[in-house]
Design a protein around this ligand. Structure first.
Ligand SMILES: [Ca+2]
Length: 498
């Protein structure tokens, strides 16, 4: 399937060959000629920010309402044990877009630079990869980490970016139903950790995520894209602040909101102190003390429901377009989020709540509609999998991830890999089919058995009975630990000023 290339030839032969290649690649839809001229499928790449497993397809919270994502899942394939490469926007997206894991690149945290990191800067970033393979590459919204995009990447690899190649859209607009902070918490949480409804006259297309979705939907429906194309659409919600239209808050009445099932009083008693050395956000305590736990959950659910409607706009438009039969869809979120579990209101940890992500694929003729796969996979696998599905040869000696097409064809295929999440230098979380193993830079450990303990309440690491399991899990930890790479300009200046 790899490196299928064609030279120009007479049109009839080209048409015959493109249909033939399309079928060979397993993408032939009932023998229908889709009109493609070079045998390569288009790619629709949908990124969602800070969306944890509170979705219909991952079933992390029965109160979540995501009908459009569920519908996409029913037509494609969901990886139910997928994890991020790093539990923060910057390093997660740098890893996904380069295919290089943080321990290889040294890009561990949001303050790390992408372009000042020679390993990442010299890599072929995913949009560049598609450009080099003859794709028209366009995008909008948050695909890279905002600071990387605005200050560093500047639309690198994109033929077009809406509305600008050099400046990302601001995540929210200043038209609210009441003065900010709308949650009434004036101290103890960052200013952007707010939530509440927009003013009543604000429509979806007025807010920036709505503009991204509208651009993607209209561009697809317009039918004038040069093929093959790679289109990226990045939705910022449900990242904080959780500002959404009132109608989405109304879908989740406050008196029906339940606290997270994964929350346990005293859950931190058997957790090593090293976990607190990672960026620990004490917002959970502040939010609870202010009596705002349930309103904050309501806002996350509301923002997720709004995001889901935007996904519905984009995917619905693709389905109605002429590209419907020859476009691969991958939808992913950059990491999970803890809404009070383990005393955190944040991502930034190596626990399941922060590492588990949504990863949905639809590749006609490859993924079986409504299928799921529980093998441990990673966002790092997206780059090599897209290369495989499109028949484009991946860059040599660059990609750390795995090609998932073997699991797409057979979700029960033999798979001896675990999924690795890195946060900061030498802190690792390894997920297998059954266990999560965490080891921090100081050597302290955690081990959880997901068959008995899906919320990771009972740390088994000190139990000698699990010595062999731990040894097995350690095989998922890389041998090389690249030192922390260069910082972004703003962080560098702050560092020097100290
Ligand atoms: Ca994020």
């Amino acid at each position: 399937m790899k490196n299928l290339k064609m030279k120009p030839m007479k049109q009839t032969t080209t048409l015959f060959l493109s249909v033939f290649l399309f079928c060979v690649m397993g993408s032939c839809s009932e023998g229908k000629d889709t009109g493609r001229q070079d045998g390569k499928p288009n790619v629709l790449f949908i990124a969602i920010d800070d969306l944890n497993d509170w979705t219909g397809m991952l079933k992390g919270n029965p109160q979540a309402r995501t009908p459009h994502m569920n519908k996409l899942a029913s037509k494609g394939m969901v990886f139910t044990n997928a994890h991020c490469a790093a539990p923060a926007c910057g390093p997660s997206r740098s890893a996904l877009m380069s295919g290089i894991r943080p321990s290889t690149s040294g890009n561990y945290e949001n303050r790390n630079s992408l372009t000042k990191n020679p390993i990442l800067n010299n890599s072929v970033l995913l949009p560049e990869f598609f450009g080099q393979n003859g794709y028209y590459v366009c995008g909008s919204g948050k695909l890279f980490h905002g600071a990387h995009f605005n200050d560093e990447v500047h639309g690198r690899g994109f033929d077009a970016y809406y509305p600008s190649k050099t400046k990302d859209q601001f995540p929210w607009i200043d038209r609210f139903s009441s003065p900010r902070p709308m949650n009434g918490i004036k101290k103890g949480v960052a200013r952007y950790a707010d939530w509440g409804p927009y003013a009543p006259d604000v429509a979806l297309e007025d807010i920036n995520d709505g503009k991204t979705a509208k651009w993607a939907a209209e561009t697809l429906r317009g039918g004038e894209l040069k093929e093959p194309f790679f289109m990226g659409a990045g939705i910022f919600q449900p990242h904080l602040p959780n500002y959404a239209l009132q109608e989405y808050f109304d879908r989740f009445p406050l008196d029906e909101i339940e606290i997270p099932e994964g929350y346990l009083e005293g859950d931190m008693k058997d957790v090593p102190k090293a976990s607190g050395k990672q960026r620990h956000i004490a917002w959970a305590r502040t939010i609870r003390a202010a009596g705002q736990w349930k309103p904050a959950i309501q806002a996350y659910l509301a923002s997720t429901a709004m995001t889901d409607d935007l996904v519905g706009q984009i995917v619905g438009s693709l389905e109605k377009s002429k590209y419907a039969d020859n476009t691969i869809i991958v939808l992913w979120s950059d990491h999970g989020f803890q809404l009070g579990e383990k005393e955190r209101w944040a991502k930034y940890s190596l626990w399941e709540r922060a590492t588990r992500v949504n990863m949905v694929w639809m590749a006609t003729g490859v993924t079986k509609p409504g299928s799921t796969c529980a093998k441990p996979v990673n966002l790092l696998d997206i780059y090599p999998t897209l290369a495989s599905l499109t028949g484009c040869k991946p860059p040599e000696n660059q990609l750390d991830g795995n090609d998932l097409t073997v699991l797409m064809k057979n979700p029960e295929a033999s798979w001896d890999k675990s999924s690795l999440t890195t946060f900061g230098y030498k802190n690792y979380g390894v997920r297998s089919g059954q266990y999560r193993y965490i080891v921090y830079a100081d050597g302290s450990e955690e081990l959880y058995d997901h068959e008995k303990d899906k919320w990771e309440w009972r740390n088994l690491a000190a139990d000698p009975e699990y010595a062999e399991i731990k040894a097995e899990m350690r095989k998922g930890i890389p041998a090389h630990h690249e030192p922390m790479g260069a910082l972004q300009g703003a962080f560098e200046r702050k560092h020097k000023a100290r």
